[in-house]
Design a protein around this ligand. Structure first.
Ligand code: AMP
Ligand code: ZN
Length: 109
């Protein structure tokens, strides 16, 4: 299958991972739109968010994203989690974008 994220998962394309385990992987977006722009995804080829049926896997993705928000120190600097789907995506392998900081707070100190 000609899927770049599957090739990364199978190590046919080498990538430095921020995090990986048996089921998921996280690496920086090649074209970041903010200082932190990470892609979090299952290694398994799931095409679209609507195809994500495995609640256990969804829960694991959630836990990893929550940990990343904290270790990237985004919890109070503003972040967005984006899933493009239904044709809005470029790559048809489900992935979550974690983007930040995007804070609107102005410091007066
Ligand atoms: P989308 O499918 O619209 O959510 O966007 C796919 C994202 O993957 C874009 O932000 C690309 O910059 C990013 N991307 C594409 N190829 C790679 C790659 N080889 N390594 C890291 N990020 C990539
Ligand atoms: Zn894939």
């Amino acid at each position: 299958m000609d899927c770049i994220f599957c090739k990364i998962a199978k190590k046919e394309i080498l990538k430095e991972f921020i995090y990986k385990d048996q089921e998921m992987m996280v690496f920086p977006d090649i074209n970041p739109i903010a200082p932190v722009h990470l892609l979090i995804m299952p290694k398994k080829h799931i095409v679209d968010f609507l195809d994500l049926e495995d609640n256990l896997l969804f829960g694991k993705l959630k836990t990893v994203i929550q940990k990343l928000i904290k270790n990237q120190k985004l919890e109070d600097r503003g972040y967005k989690i984006i899933v493009n789907g239904g044709g809005a995506q470029i790559i048809n392998h489900l992935h979550f974008h974690l983007i930040g900081p995007l804070g609107k707070k102005v410091s007066i100190e």
